[in-house]
Design a protein around this ligand. Structure first.
Ligand code: ZN
Length: 328
């Protein structure tokens, strides 16, 4: 089986973005050191809007120049380790401001690409990709939408083709969520390791230009979430996130998770990492071709790093840990 470990490389988008050091640099270095030990390649979906904003404002603010320098260095280190950098887009950076040393986000009608008019949307994809591609040896071809909000896909189709973005990894089959900011519904997505599509990420089309590598899903029990939300308070040294910011709220999602079985991604973050081994053995039994696991440097904890290490140690000789790319 091919195992694709993928990490969305980004700050927090709630009322506190957190620091570059704690959300990105330190946890990513910890991950790279694990990957180096086991000679594993992963994929980092880099928040290109953030990078572009940093470049824009660095000449005005020394602190942002320092952030940019540190991030640029790490993007090189990721590639030197053999891992891949691909495109992640959070378009709310369009309206982000830097005030008194903090990022201030206005998410109103700009959290997802579909909030923008067609011309604007295409321009954002072009300029974010161009910005990120300056940091990579071969131009990026793989995409993950910020907050998984890739729908409706037909609005992205032309600009993706123009830019040769051929692969997407935003879909989590069986999962849906809508709020003031978020809007995705993958309940009808094919339950397959990967599939071709053209107009709609949830509809397989053998002749489609694009390939979807969906993020693996798992049906979590409410008890899992009781533990997930409780452990951070009870045992902060093991379960407190390395990232020092605050998430954008996902209203009602938590109540739902605590009261019934819910589908969600298979993830390297925090307590989710306790399921890695179980999901992997389940999929091996089903003879699945590939497994895409999501994660975020900011979501790493001592516990998750320990679980990821165990997972890599146990599986690096049994399975192929590969970066996602357009060549299958
Ligand atoms: Zn993201």
């Amino acid at each position: 089986m091919n195992i694709h470990l993928t990490f969305d490389y980004e700050l927090f988008f709630g009322n506190n973005s957190g620091t570059v050091e704690k959300c990105l640099i330190a946890p990513t270095n910890a991950l790279l050191s694990i990957f180096k030990t086991y000679n594993i390649q992963a994929t980092f979906f880099v928040d290109a809007g953030y990078l572009l904003k940093l470049k824009e404002l660095a000449p005005k603010f020394q602190s942002l120049q320092n952030d940019l320098d540190t991030v640029e260095k790490q993007l090189l280190a990721i590639q030197e380790q053999g891992s891949s950098i691909q495109l992640h887009i959070h378009p709310h950076w369009e309206k982000a401001r830097y005030l008194n040393g903090n990022w201030v986000f206005d998410m109103e009608n700009c959290y997802k690409l579909s909030d923008f008019e067609q011309v604007e949307l295409e321009e954002i994809v072009r300029k974010y990709k161009t910005c990120l591609d300056r940091y990579v040896e071969t131009p990026t071809t793989v995409f993950r939408a910020g907050g998984w909000c890739i729908q409706p896909f037909h609005r992205l189709k032309a600009v993706f083709k123009e830019l040769s973005i051929q692969v997407d990894s935003s879909v989590i089959p069986a999962v849906k969520f809508a709020s003031d900011h978020y809007d995705f519904d993958f309940t009808t997505a094919p339950q397959k390791a990967h599939y071709s599509f053209d107009n709609d990420v949830c509809v397989e089309d053998e002749n489609g230009y694009f390939t979807e590598f969906p993020i693996a899903g798992f049906r979590y029990s409410p008890f899992f979430y009781w533990r997930l939300y409780g452990l951070g308070r009870l045992f902060p040294s093991q379960h407190k996130m390395m990232g020092d910011g605050l998430f954008l709220a996902q209203p009602k999602r938590k109540n739902n998770q605590l009261s019934r079985y819910t589908w969600n991604h298979v993830s390297c973050d925090g307590y989710y990492a306790s399921k890695l081994e179980k999901v992997c053995s389940l999929l091996v039994k089903k003879e699945t071709e590939s497994l895409v696991i999501i994660g975020h440097p900011k979501g790493m904890t001592s516990f998750s790093l320990k679980k990821i290490t165990e997972f890599c140690k146990k599986n690096h000789n049994k399975h192929l840990f590969k970066a996602l790319s357009a060549s299958k």
